[in-house]
Design a protein around this ligand. Structure first.
Ligand code: FAD
Length: 312
């Protein structure tokens, strides 16, 4: 118990976030016989989707079932999984870290892995939030195949929507870019036409939702265009305040890491969407594994340094 009566525990590694990145790191580290705690607040990014695609051997599984299987594997090797939120992580001069949970519990760790993902700020168009992850989506690699050959709309809520529409044309010959707030250049229009993407000008009023499905897009001037799916470009915002509070260097809005997830702060690692908006589930899991590997090597070095200091 700590002086305030709250529980206190020591770990080799505390991992914040039990998505693919955090859990794969935990699996590697627990199998390396490290004392591991994983704290998770239960909001994985892909939770609104019924199915997860593009992960070899797991294609089509539900995101919840995928994470449940991962949690069971990690628990099987003795890691501790904690449902809760990490409020703060503080480093000490001796190179260890103090992790405070919303519950009041304090964890001490020799290394930290932050795998807290990102959140998608959705365009403020009625119907978008309601259908997000079902038939209003962002990623064609995750959902494009399921909407192949269907009537697809792309909302022009940010300049990236022009290329997004050109990309999504890969999956269907019937793609309409709703210009909405975009001022399309002549070059944009030429490229869209060359790619076989139609353009509908004018602001969008809403995504039409009826009988539990997207049915089309309604323009502010009243016309409607039938569509069975809508793609949007959300603003992706990393959940990185724990890292920036620790002083981790940031470049172009994202915390900088090396290939194994090491940040600029010794002992602090990050993996998955928190540092890489393009990371799919399989990528997040892969970097989580690489980070676990690197963290264990760091700890071996520290173990040796500690043993040498003890005998000198
Ligand atoms: C609608 C949708 C569908 C998608 N479909 C696919 C797909 O089919 N295939 C695919 O490969 N990818 C898909 N993705 C992308 C996928 O969601 C990401 O690749 C994946 O979630 C990244 O894993 P992660 O571990 O980095 O983050 P997450 O899975 O987001 O996990 C982060 C975890 O950290 C926790 N957390 C955050 N802050 C704290 C804190 N302070 N304390 C404790 N816990 C915290 C969160 O609650 C969350 O559980 C989809 C994304 C969306 C939005």
């Amino acid at each position: 118990m700590g002086t305030n009566g709250n529980p206190v525990s020591d770990y080799d590694v505390v991992i914040v976030g039990a998505g693919a990145a955090g859990l794969n790191a935990a699996l590697l580290l627990a199998r390396a016989r490290r004392q591991v705690a994983v704290v998770d607040s239960g909001q994985p990014r892909n939770a609104p989707a019924a199915h997860m695609h593009g992960f070899l051997t797991r294609d089509g599984i539900s995101p919840a079932d995928f994470l449940e299987a991962g949690r069971a594997e990690v628990l099987g090797y003795g890691a501790r999984l904690i449902d809760g939120r990490v409020d703060t992580v503080a480093g000490s001069a001796g190179g260890s870290f103090t992790v405070r949970l919303g519950s009041g519990e304090t964890l001490y760790a020799r290394s930290i892995l932050v795998a807290t993902g990102l959140h998608d700020e959705l365009p403020d168009v009625p119907g978008v939030r309601e259908r997000w992850g079902r038939d209003v989506v962002h990623c064609p690699y995750c959902h494009g195949y399921e909407f192949r050959d269907q009537s697809i709309g792309v909302l022009g809520t940010s300049p990236g929507a022009v290329f997004h529409a050109q990309l999504i044309r890969q999956w269907s010959a019937d793609v309409v870019l709703f210009a909405h707030t975009l001022d399309l250049s002549t070059e944009d229009r030429d490229r869209l036409e060359a790619r076989g993407v139609s353009v509908v000008d004018g602001p969008v009023a809403r995504v039409i939702v009826d009988d539990d499905a997207v049915r089309g897009v309604e323009l502010a001037e009243g016309a409607t265009v039938a569509r069975s799916a809508v793609f949007v470009v959300p603003r992706m915002v990393p959940n990185d305040s724990l890292l920036t509070d620790l002083g981790c260097a940031v470049e172009n809005g994202w915390v900088s890491v090396d290939r194994a997830g090491a940040t600029s702060v010794p002992g602090v690692y990050a993996a998955g969407n928190v540092t890489d908006p393009r990371a799919q589930v399989v990528t997040a899991a892969g970097v989580g594994s690489a980070a676990g590997f690197a963290i264990n090597l760091d700890l071996v070095d520290k173990d040796i340094a500690g043993a040498l200091a003890a005998v000198s």
